[in-house]
Design a protein. Structure first.
Lengths: 435, 142
């Protein structure tokens, strides 16, 4: 196997890619208009007909989809084909505990796995590699996506799923894993654990890591590369568009190539919705060009980034996106899990607390920590220590159920949460992930 | 019967306890008895004061406070006095959440404050066994 998984398409000329995109978008918009009532209504409201979309240049005429639409249309409202044609769902957490459910036909799964295979080959993967996948398997797209990609490349796949670090390390060492796929914070943790066990970076056979699902810095990349003795590659994706592999890094490590034959990317002004010229920093919007099960058009990712078409030394011609530089909403990514402050607010209200809280996110030893300070009221306050602590534990359990990750809850006195200009500061993120 | 105790939520931060005590001092309230329970995040200051109504009034302006009924049982000045009291409660299947002691003037002697699962029953049983307990008006006169 060479440098590319699908060399013709990955190195196609700009004109060829545009031709593919133009052909696909016309068909896709027509298909969505005819099959997805929710989106047809949005198009009708905007006065856009399928005939108005003749090329990717016309995509800007289409209405946006947001997470709120996905919630509104849950579960079947954005389904693009008969359920009998679908073979899988994947899911992610939503803002009020309602999840985003995405449907896949077998063709969708194949294309998604091909995208992941492109990422693995870009990281140097071949059918001689042993690919250890320790993203979670199940509803989360990380495990299934990379697992499928690894199969497509022909790697020997270790479907480890997340957790149980001792077992991860045992398999890694005994079965000579050469490629590691997980969140960057877990990679850092594996590196630390290896060192604690007395292994040197040269003791393992790993050569590359494919890390995504959460924000990470260049410093973190260098530190992981040193601790594991590998080259670390970024990967990007979201359940709404398929999962990991929407974009992936090559060995230039200067941004992620978007698989433009499947996903059309735009950068918009998050306030006005206007499409910004190339090279501008703004919100990333994706249009699925050939998804069948869940064909989202103009889905607003809320990730802020920059696209560049500068020639890449790797030879790939697809546009590159920068690492996301922030969010245009208040979503936090903590240990790979999407967390919205509104979810925390919902739990507090359900449990009878006032929505006076503060979220403190930090990164300690390369792992995210989540602390939630909650203002206590006289009615909830008890003179007995154990009763107050039980209240904290109860909130922690309710938060864990809602968020999918467990925070530490601390009761604090009322009016102690910092307010600036009368507005409470809800989130303190000390991770310094962005410039 | 029994007496009223005020509990104050005090954060583990510099000056918080000082501020609470200052509030009481400025209001001319005398602290009869106190105990502090501390946890990693906060402390609970439990107070019995000369004027609980006024104490609640001034403390609740800046702090989370609530009140609880607790028992103040007189301790004879002899070995085994506390043992006797706890044995009575134990025999009556009454659980103790926490306990602290204070000494009043010579005439009044020493007391233990008991936070129990069933304050009315506990008080009755103690009185039946000849253990004297204070009520709110006694506290004012201490």
């Amino acid at each position: 196997m060479g440098k590319y998984f699908q060399p013709e398409i990955e190195t196609a000329s700009r004109e060829q890619i545009l031709a593919i995109q133009n052909e696909k978008i016309v068909k896709q918009v027509k298909h969505v208009y005819e099959n997805v009532k929710y989106y047809r209504d949005l198009m009708d409201q905007k006065g856009v007909k399928p005939e108005d979309i003749q090329s990717v240049d016309d995509i800007k005429k289409l209405p946006f989809l947001t997470k709120a639409d996905l919630r509104e249309a849950y579960p079947y409202g954005l389904l693009g084909t008969d359920l009998k044609n679908c073979v899988r769902i994947q899911s992610t957490s939503g803002t009020t505990g309602k999840r985003v459910v995405a449907f896949y036909t077998q063709k969708d799964i194949d294309l998604w796995e091909e995208c992941c295979a492109r990422a693995i080959v870009a990281a140097g993967g071949t059918n001689e590699d042993v690919c250890q996948v320790c993203y979670g398997y199940g509803l989360f797209t990380g495990g299934p996506g990379l697992n499928g990609g690894s199969h497509k490349v022909g790697c020997l796949t270790l479907p480890m799923s997340s957790g149980n670090t001792d077992r991860q390390i045992q398999f890694m060492m005994d079965l000579n894993a050469t490629i590691l796929c997980c969140t960057p914070s877990y990679a850092a943790y594996i590196g630390e654990t290896l060192a604690e066990k007395g292994y040197k970076p040269s003791d393992n056979k790993l050569k590359a890591g494919i890390f995504g699902a959460e924000p990470w810095t260049e410093e973190m990349r260098r530190s992981i590369e040193q601790s594991l003795g590998i080259k670390a590659y970024d990967i990007y994706g979201l359940t709404e568009t398929s999962g990991p592999g929407v974009a992936f890094e090559c060995d230039a490590q200067t941004g992620m190539h978007i698989n433009e034959d499947h996903f059309y990317a735009e950068i918009i002004d998050p306030d006005t919705g206007e499409v910004l010229p190339e090279g501008s920093k703004g919100e990333l919007v994706f249009t699925s060009l050939d998804k069948e099960g869940f064909p989202l058009l103009r889905y607003r990712t809320r990730d802020i980034c920059v696209l560049t078409r500068e020639k890449c030394p790797c030879g790939r011609t697809h546009v590159k996106m920068s690492k996301p530089m922030g969010r245009s909403d208040d979503m936090l990514i903590i240990r790979g899990v999407n967390v919205f402050p509104s979810q925390i607010e919902t739990v507090l209200l359900n449990e009878g607390y006032t929505p006076n809280y503060q979220i403190i996110v930090d990164r300690v030893n390369n792992s995210d920590t989540l602390d939630i300070n909650v203002e206590i009221s006289p009615e909830q306050f008890s003179d007995i220590v154990a009763e107050n602590q039980a209240k904290e534990r109860k909130l922690e359990i309710a938060m864990r159920t809602m968020l999918g990750i467990g925070p530490k809850v601390h009761l604090v006195a009322p009016r102690t949460i910092v307010r600036s200009e009368g507005k409470a500061v809800r989130v303190i993120d000390r991770r310094k992930l962005h410039d | 019967m029994a007496i009223q105790q005020i509990s104050v939520f005090v954060e583990n931060q510099k000056g918080k306890l000082l501020g609470t005590v200052k509030t009481l001092a400025e209001a001319g309230i005398n602290i009869r008895a106190l105990s502090i329970a501390d946890t990693k995040d906060f402390g609970i200051l439990r107070l019995i004061t000369s004027d609980n109504q006024k104490a609640m009034e001034v403390l609740s302006q800046d702090s989370v406070v609530n009140t609880t009924r607790v028992i103040a049982a007189k301790m004879e000045d002899e070995a085994g006095a506390l043992y006797k009291v706890l044995q009575i409660l134990s025999d009556a299947q009454i659980n103790i959440e926490y306990i602290y002691a204070f000494a009043a003037s010579d005439d009044f002697g020493a007391y233990v404050v008991l936070r129990v699962s069933d304050v009315n029953t506990a008080q009755e049983i103690l009185n039946e066994h000849g253990v004297s307990t204070l009520d709110d008006k006694d506290i004012v006169e201490l």
